[in-house]
Design a protein around this ligand. Structure first.
Ligand SMILES: [Zn+2]
Length: 483
């Protein structure tokens, strides 16, 4: 656990050397279609745990809201490769992220527990060894575990490297020919192609091992795209959409690399996001400020190591806390001991030839899922100021716990974009959901996770501010009363 620095530096040189050798593989953004993968069934998918050759490529596309992808019905063809993968894979239509701020969302997603239970809701909070992370389970299960990431909120100093043999931020190399850009987040050098190239090096090194690779893309967060991407226009949403198209191409590069390395028929790919992005739907541009649909509704696609003709579409409400309980269940690995999320295999099995028992399905339908954001996350001297959302059935309710007058209710049956607050029109629905939120907040697990507080040095703070986040470190004369 205390080795990442040595590994990191060795890895950087290793990647650089490997890239000199295999650089030709990545010749200027070509995509080889069609890709060949064998055909399989839902039953084959459910039996993946019996195989001992299945790798996992876990792709996080930071800041990707589902409804801007054509995979989820957007008019612009922003995500053709993900749409193709989903068409013979497993597509989840209703997915809730657990926060609109990367660190809180990712800590929750990895551990399969809600932010309330991770304790990771402020910028100085770090996970400790007490947190159980999927990479630890994967490594114990015999996988070589690698993480390649470009977002400082998942850096090793916050405890996110636990279980990874290699955990690196790729060296920023590529930038030429990039367009667009999020004006509030100008300071991240390089592009997602640096991460893609790092992943090529990983595959080349470990193709004969069993591996798990976590790849965290950031260009959608940055609204960056290659000059060969479609030009949709000149406003921020146009840039954002073009960046989705660009990262979608990086997914294609990865699929091509799997094929070139003869790994396509033994690699399961999972594509997800930590949160979405607002474009003034509720008065805000960006994320990490609210829990409205535009920052909370995210994609989830599971691509098995074979094509399922016709694909599988899951419409039930699910959440990012379900992702790792599901993956570990598929692989027949030990579960996350504290998980509040559920394995989604019964929802997938329900679309095969042998549906699961009714009680297994019942606990996954009409379920409530939650998300949280501490509005004081970036201000260490301020007291906690949390908002919590519940999504259940046709409704999303949100409350700001410190200012109970700030409450929202959206009826998704008549208002799919969730723009009209109907607390006054449907007070009973709101009251019921508010009491479910209270029960959620009051729940205290027996084995709460231990966290710790860290001090960030100037460089780390600078890097996080460069992403557009307002982070206010501890003031020197800190009143004792706030301890
Ligand atoms: Zn993020």
């Amino acid at each position: 656990m205390a080795k990442p620095k040595i590994l990191n530096s060795a890895w950087i040189y290793f990647v650089a050397a490997a890239l000199l050798i295999v650089g030709a593989v990545a010749s200027q953004f070509e995509i080889n279609l069609p890709r060949e993968r064998p055909t399989g069934t839902v039953e084959d998918f459910l039996k993946l745990g019996e195989r001992e050759d299945v790798n996992v490529l876990f792709i996080v596309i930071d800041t990707l809201r589902a409804d801007r992808m054509d995979t989820y019905g957007a008019e612009r063809k922003t995500s053709p490769n993900m749409t193709e993968l989903a068409s013979t894979g497993i597509l989840f239509n209703a997915v809730e992220s657990q926060s609109s701020w990367t660190k809180a969302s990712m800590a929750s997603m990895w551990q399969g527990i809600y932010p309330e239970r991770t304790g990771i809701q402020r910028y100085m909070k770090s996970m400790t060894d007490d947190a159980q992370m999927p990479a630890e389970i994967m490594r114990d299960g015999g996988f070589v575990t690698g993480g390649i990431w470009r977002n400082g909120w998942v850096a090793a100093n916050f405890g996110f490297n636990q279980g990874f043999d290699l955990y690196v931020r790729p060296r920023p190399v590529t930038r030429r020919g990039m367009q667009g850009g999020n004006p509030s987040a100008h300071g991240l050098s390089g592009t997602d192609y640096d991460a893609t190239e790092g992943a090529f090096g990983f595959l080349d090194s470990y193709k004969n091992d069993r591996w798990f690779l976590y790849l965290h893309y950031m260009d959608v967060h940055q609204y960056l795209y290659a000059d060969t991407s479609p030009v949709y226009g000149t406003n921020l949403l146009d840039f954002y959409d073009a960046s989705i198209h660009w990262v979608d191409r990086n997914i294609a590069f990865m699929m091509d690399a799997l094929q070139d390395q003869n790994l396509a028929d033994k690699t399961m790919v999972v594509i997800m996001s930590d949160h979405g992005e607002g474009f003034w739907e509720h008065g805000q541009e960006g994320h990490a400020r609210t829990l409205f649909k535009e920052v909370q509704h995210v994609p989830l696609i599971i691509v098995p190591p074979f094509k399922i003709p016709g694909g599988v579409v899951v419409n039930e409400q699910v959440a990012n806390v379900d992702i790792w309980p599901t993956i570990l269940d598929i692989l027949d690995l030990p579960p996350l001991e504290r998980a509040e999320g559920k394995s989604l295999l019964p929802l997938i099995a329900a679309q095969g030839s042998t549906p699961p028992p009714a009680d297994k399905l019942a606990e996954l339908t009409d379920r409530a899922v939650f998300s949280q954001l501490d509005l004081s996350w970036g201000k260490v001297d301020n007291p906690s100021d949390s908002i919590t959302a519940i999504v259940k059935g046709d409704h999303r309710a949100i409350v700001r716990q410190t200012q109970e007058a700030q409450q929202w209710l959206f009826d998704r049956s008549s208002d799919p974009m969730e723009l009209k607050n109907v607390v006054a029109e449907q007070p009973e629905v709101y009251a019921d959901l508010r009491s479910e939120i209270q029960a959620f907040l009051d729940y205290e697990p027996e084995n709460a996770v231990e966290t710790r507080e860290i001090e960030l040095d100037d460089m780390a703070l600078h890097q996080l501010r460069a992403l557009g986040y307002i982070v206010e470190p501890r003031t020197k004369a800190r009143p004792a009363a706030k301890e």
